[in-house]
Each structure stands twice: as structure tokens, then as C-alpha cells.
Design a protein around this ligand. Structure first.
Ligand SMILES: [Fe+2]
Ligand SMILES: [Fe+2]
Ligand SMILES: [Fe+2]
Length: 426
């Protein structure tokens, strides 16, 4: 197999400047991503958005400096990242197990702050945020988890997020319209779960902003959230294309974790697609775009019922329709992030066939973007060479032969030739 050892080195050369990312790129992307995972069920949809909005307003009330507010906002959006790619979203599990002792003995609940920490701490610019995420379930009286930290030993931003987090869960469970009603639920745990001084500020903030009716109105929440988000200048949380690349790899692993059995699909597709892009001598930016599109192509699968992608029983018509709809869902999520529209477009077309028999638009030949034609081959090649529910793993040469047989039908002949050249065993 022809390898291109310089691939990794080349990827680090692209500066984020060339990618023209907007100032709020990091929060834009992360919000859409977490939002997609949260749309797995109705109850927790929008949880992180509301927690970020509540935390931000509380931070403003406490007159935190702008740099700290930015950290708070980003930490709040990400607070449950360690619990989004499990069998059900962590905030739903929390409502099922409301007592702290039960939470500490539930493995997924107990470990989600540490998982979130492990994901974020790999990025030098996100270390502080990782710390906040790690401690967001610590209780003021020391009865929280994972470390049982107390009072001021808990980072300030984690104490803020703690209040916002529980408030959102309570608001989802009960029909609450007045601050006094909410206080009826929360007052008893202030001092135990919450920092009482911050809780005081929180209540007065809710009152002055008349926030409760907003929080139960999804559109109003989104509008206020977008206004706040637009002010964030945080694109340099991913300061280099290399760290952005690593972040997308992390996202791919989260997608694979809930939508595939082998938990590797997107990452392997990205390897194949990148090799093809290199062999086609595309320029660095294009290679990156192909790689990122490959890492994110199945993002839409995390929305709604994810279990259909790993189900071994026969699928119903509705389930098949949902499966065919995933490129459009991936597109919607990515297209909402400015700076990622091109990648969104490639992803939309990753199931188009060269002869026009694919979906969603039935495009043919060169009408299909080149990156999408690469994805089509890489996606299929990965599926053929891995263990799937529908079929046994083909051997490598058989997979290459199958690519040839479908050359000009599903696949662009030029890309098949290049793939075969790159991957045939010599
Ligand atoms: Fe959490
Ligand atoms: Fe949460
Ligand atoms: Fe797909």
C-alpha cells in the first residue's frame, strides 16, 4: 500500500486564517454539535444551550471579567460532553436517578465529568475548561462527585454551572412560572448542593431579567442564546488546524461510539479519503476539507433514534427513511456553523451515485462534488473491509474487486482506480 508519511505534517501547515473562521467559531460549532446529540430525545433537547445562557447571565450579574465570561460560556456548553455519546443523554439519566448517592453509583453518571475532562484536556487551550467540566458535579457541602470537593475548593465557574444545570433539570420536570416556585424546589438544597452566596445572586438575576418565561420557550431561548453567542471571540480555542483536526477526530469517535458497532467507521473513512485526496494531489486546504467531511459525514445519525444504525432485526419503512435522511441531517447541523458550509455541502452528497441512482438529489457524474465522490468510495470501502451486521467482512482483494465492479455505477471510475492503486497489496 502506498503511504504518504507527510500527510500529518502537511495538515498542521494550514493556518486557521486561511479557513476564514468567524470569531465565534468554537462556540458555534460546539453548540450545534452538542445540540445534535441532545436531540436524541425530547426532554434533554437544548439542555446545554439553556445551561450556557443561565450561566452567562449569572456571570454577568457577578460582574466577571470578559475573558472569564468566555470561559464560563464555553464550559457550560461543553459541561456534559462526557455524557452525550452514551445510551441516553446524561441529563435524562439524572432525572431518573435524582439522589446523589444513586448518581455516584451509576457508572455513566459518575464518570461523565471525568470523560469530559479527558476529551478536553488534550487541547492546550481548553485545559481550564476541562477543569471546570471535571468539577461541575461537586456539591458545596462536599457530597458531590467525583472528588468530593468543598466550598471554595470547587472552581467558581463550576459552582455557577451547578446552579444552572440543576435549575434546567427542575424546570423540565415541573411546570414552573414564578421564581418563588422555583425557589421552593431549590432553596432546600442551597448550602448543600449550591454555594448560597451565588444562589442569592442567581435568584435576583432571574427576577431582574424575567427569565423564567423565556426558559420554557425554545424559540425565545435560542434567540437570546444566539445574541450572546455572537459576541464570543473564541475561534482560537482551536488555535491551529492541527487542534481543529484533533477535535474533529474526537467528534468522529463520539459519533462512531453511538452509531456503529465497531466504533471506528468515521475515523477509518477519513484515513481512506485522505489517502485518495493525497493521491489526487489536491491542495492542502482541499485535503483538510475532505478529511473533515469524512470525519463528520455521519453526524446526522446521532439525531433521533440512533439504535436503528446498530439494529440487527429487520428495519421498518420508517426506519429506512430515517436512515436515508441522515446526509440531510448532517448537512443541517454543519451548515448552521459559519465557516463549515463547504464541508456541509460535501457531506450532503456522500450517498450520491456516479450514475445518478443515489440520494438525496440523484446527482450524477461531475455534478457531484469531487469531495463527495471521494467520500462515496471511502465510505463503501470501509464498510466492505469491516465487520458489519448485514454481511461478513470481505477480504481486502475482494473489496477492491467489488469497487471495480461498481466503477461507473456507484463510484467515480477515476477514484476507484486511485483507490485500487493506493490499496492493492503489492
Ligand atoms: Fe453533568
Ligand atoms: Fe447537565
Ligand atoms: Fe452515510
Amino acid at each position: 500500500m502506498t503511504r504518504h508519511p507527510s500527510a500529518r505534517a502537511r495538515l498542521t501547515l494550514v493556518s486557521l486564517h486561511d479557513l476564514n473562521l468567524p470569531a465565534s467559531f468554537a462556540s458555534d460549532f460546539v453548540t450545534e454539535l452538542i445540540g445534535a446529540f441532545e436531540r436524541e430525545g425530547a426532554q434533554q433537547a437544548g439542555h446545554s444551550v439553556r445551561v450556557a445562557l443561565l450561566s452567562h447571565y449569572l456571570g454577568l450579574e457577578m460582574q466577571l471579567p470578559p475573558e472569564t465570561l468566555k470561559e464560563l460560556f464555553f464550559s457550560a456548553i461543553l459541561h456534559d460532553i462526557g455524557g452525550i455519546a452514551t445510551d441516553s443523554h446524561i441529563s435524562r439519566k439524572l432525572t431518573e436517578i435524582p439522589d446523589i448517592f444513586g448518581q455516584k453509583t451509576d457508572f455513566q453518571i459518575f464518570s461523565h465529568p471525568a470523560r469530559g475532562y479527558a476529551i478536553l484536556n488534550r487541547f492546550p487551550t481548553l485545559r481550564k475548561i476541562a477543569e471546570v467540566v471535571y468539577t461541575h458535579h461537586e456539591f458545596y457541602d462536599g457530597s458531590g462527585f467525583p472528588q468530593g470537593l468543598k466550598e471554595d475548593d470547587i472552581p467558581l465557574l463550576s459552582r455557577i454551572i451547578r446552579i444552572a444545570d440543576t435549575t434546567d433539570i427542575i424546570l423540565r420536570l415541573h411546570d414552573i412560572r414564578e421564581t418563588s416556585e422555583l425557589n421552593g424546589f431549590l432553596n432546600i438544597i442551597s448550602g448543600e448542593e449550591f454555594d448560597p452566596a451565588i444562589y442569592e445572586r442567581f435568584l435576583s438575576m432571574l427576577e431582574t431579567r424575567a427569565l423564567l418565561p423565556v426558559l420554557v420557550d425554545d424559540r425565545a431561548v435560542l434567540q437570546q442564546f444566539r445574541e450572546v453567542r455572537a459576541q464570543m471571540k473564541d475561534q482560537y480555542y482551536f488555535a491551529a488546524s492541527d487542534s481543529l483536526n484533533r477535535f474533529f477526530e474526537t467528534v468522529a469517535a463520539l459519533i462512531d461510539n453511538v452509531t456503529t458497532l465497531d466504533k471506528q467507521h468515521s475515523q477509518r473513512v477519513a484515513e481512506f479519503a485522505e489517502q485518495v485526496a493525497l493521491a489526487l494531489t489536491l491542495d492542502q486546504n482541499q485535503i483538510l476539507q475532505v478529511r473533515w467531511a469524512a470525519l463528520l459525514h455521519d453526524l446526522g445519525k446521532v439525531v433521533g433514534n440512533r439504535k436503528i444504525y446498530t439494529k440487527s432485526e429487520k428495519l421498518s419503512d420508517i426506519e429506512w427513511r430515517a436512515i436515508r435522511n441522515h446526509p440531510e441531517k448532517s448537512y443541517e447541523i454543519l451548515n448552521a456553523v459559519s465557516g463549515m458550509q463547504e464541508i456541509a455541502f460535501y457531506v450532503l452528497h456522500h450517498h450520491e451515485n456516479y450514475d445518478g441512482s443515489g440520494y438525496p438529489e440523484g446527482l450524477a457524474g461531475d455534478k457531484i462534488p469531487l469531495a463527495a465522490r471521494i467520500l462515496r468510495v471511502a465510505d463503501a470501502f470501509e464498510a466492505m473491509t469491516s465487520e458489519r451486521i448485514y454481511h461478513r467482512k470481505r477480504d481486502w482483494q475482494m473489496a477492491l474487486r467489488e469497487l471495480h465492479e461498481n466503477s461507473g455505477k456507484q463510484f467515480d471510475p477515476k477514484i476507484v482506480d486511485i483507490t485500487v492503486q493506493a490499496y492493492q497489496i503489492k
